[in-house]
Design a protein around this ligand. Structure first.
Ligand code: ADP
Ligand code: UDP
Length: 238
């Protein structure tokens, strides 16, 4: 697989073309941002850890019948993926109130929700990823009714699989963000990544935060949190 020109450099990853027009090479960077790029920094070896953590979760999900974009992991920082037409939605699934939900509804962080909540944001950095609902999605033709139903069903199934699995590792899945895209046959599949960058993981016993909130909120031991998640999932000690 030949790595060709960079097609897009995002906040956390670079997407390269390859010699196969249907595949991209994803390079995971150590750059960290918060507040839509307002705060910038580096988390040492984050790219390596997020690549491996994403691979682990996507393998786990595939075994449970969730189709995703990853084809292979040619190096510690790189992934070969199916090139998708990304649906411009950030799909947020929440089990416990935290972050912007806690603020918006005046809930104490850590308040369990009686059922999972799905929120949709329009993926647009210039607008600050505004929250929208199903009506906006349909009216603006971001996705069809059928695609929305698939996204909702897949998101809830992914949540069930991850919550159950993470419980066995003493981790509570507080909330997380998913992205979906259409493959060349128009089928909706899971894209992007699943890592401490886009999930909130709390230790079940101590409620210690093991995710990017350590960077966002200047809590210290940022690298250690990523290392701990990698260790609990894969056994790898860094
Ligand atoms: P951002 O764009 O938010 O700064 P990243 O740095 O993670 O985020 O960049 C990765 C970009 O690649 C995102 O815009 C994401 O939607 C997109 N992407 C993820 N998976 C695929 C895929 N399989 N095909 C095409 N684009 C993808
Ligand atoms: N999230 C993300 N990208 C975003 C916004 C949110 O990955 O652009 C994830 C975030 O890591 C968390 C969940 O979505 O797991 C909910 O985030 P929230 O809206 O509380 O965001 P905050 O403003 O607190 O980062």
């Amino acid at each position: 697989m030949e790595k060709k020109e960079a097609l897009y450099e995002g906040k956390a990853k670079i997407m390269y073309a390859t010699d196969n027009p249907d595949q991209l090479l994803v390079y995971y960077k150590d750059d960290a941002t918060a507040g839509n790029g307002a705060k910038k920094g580096t988390i040492v070896d984050k790219g390596i850890m997020n690549n491996k953590i994403t691979m682990f979760f996507f393998d786990l999900l595939a075994k449970e019948g969730i189709e995703h974009h990853v084809i292979s992991m040619p190096s510690d920082r790189e992934m070969i993926v199916k090139k998708l037409d990304i649906i411009p939605l950030e799909v947020i699934i929440r089990n416990v109130a935290a972050g912007s939900l806690a603020k918006r509804l005046g809930l104490e962080e850590g308040t369990p929700m009686s059922m999972p909540i799905i929120e949709l944001c329009y993926k647009n950095d210039d607008l600050g990823d505004p929250m929208i609902n199903n009506y906006h999605v349909l009216a603006c033709k971001l996705a069809t009714k059928e695609e929305l139903a698939q996204i909702e069903a897949m998101s809830l199934k992914i949540n069930d699989i991850l919550v159950k699995y993470l419980k066995t590792k003493n981790i509570d899945l507080i909330d997380f963000k998913l992205e979906f895209g259409r493959d060349k046959d128009g089928k909706v599949i899971l894209a992007d990544e699943l890592s401490p960058d886009n999930c909130r993981f709390w230790d079940t016993e101590t409620h210690e935060k093991l995710d990017k909130d350590r960077f966002r909120r200047d809590l210290g031991n940022v690298e250690d949190a990523y290392k701990e998640i990698l260790r609990r999932l894969t056994g790898e000690v860094r």
